[in-house]
Design a protein around this ligand. Structure first.
Ligand code: AR6
Length: 168
């Protein structure tokens, strides 16, 4: 299993699944969600309408449509409200549920954006530690996945992830 931090637009990645930091409607929005819906094309929202939304901390899978990625795993991160409203557990659940879904579908590669750290305001360093811990915990299991990518939108975000990934 390889864990890697890169700086990229997640919509350009050639992986089995990219993860979308969606909202509970699953019908699109701003940030990475908007970018993914624009790049995947209008058929994506048609499939999303059939899913009946998604609760915070849960994940649902669709096809990738016009993306190079074969699938999109939509998860809904918590809105940061100071950290004492279950945000860490809910963010961890986003990673766990997404990895679980990827494994269930026999996927080998997955790329995550920095869930909740944009519009939802989750502090990046706290979020990145949760993301890396969840991936490391999953990596020791028997899974179809062999490549987990943390796709950062900025160089600064990527550098933070690399720092965390270097620590044992
Ligand atoms: N590729 C990779 N990362 C990106 C991209 C991209 N194309 N665009 C933005 N990011 P956000 P959230 C990064 O706000 O905080 C939406 O309206 C961004 O720099 O997209 O979970 C949804 O519908 C940040 O690091 O997601 C929800 O309503 C990270 O993606 C709400 O925003 C997440 O930022 C979700 O908020």
């Amino acid at each position: 299993m390889t864990l890697e931090a890169i700086q990229a637009n997640i919509t350009t990645l050639d992986v089995d699944a990219i993860v979308n930091a969606a909202n509970s409607s699953l019908l699109g929005g701003g940030g990475v969600d908007g970018a993914i819906h624009r790049a995947a094309g209008p058929d994506l929202v048609h499939e999303c309408r059939l899913l009946g939304g998604c609760k915070t901390g849960q994940a649902k899978i669709t096809r990738g449509y016009r993306l190079i990625a074969r699938h999109i795993i939509h998860t809904v991160g918590p809105v940061w409200r100071g950290g004492t409203h279950g945000e860490p557990e809910l963010l961890r659940a986003c990673y766990d549920e997404s990895l679980h879904l990827a494994n269930k579908h026999g996927l080998s590669s997955i790329a995550f954006p920095c869930i909740s750290t944009g519009i939802y305001g989750y502090p990046l360093d706290l979020a990145a530690h949760i993301a890396v811990t969840a991936a490391r915990d999953f990596a020791v299991r028997d899974t179809s996945l062999n490549h987990i990518v943390f796709c950062c939108f900025s160089i600064q975000d990527q550098q933070l992830y690399e720092h965390i990934l270097k620590a044992p």
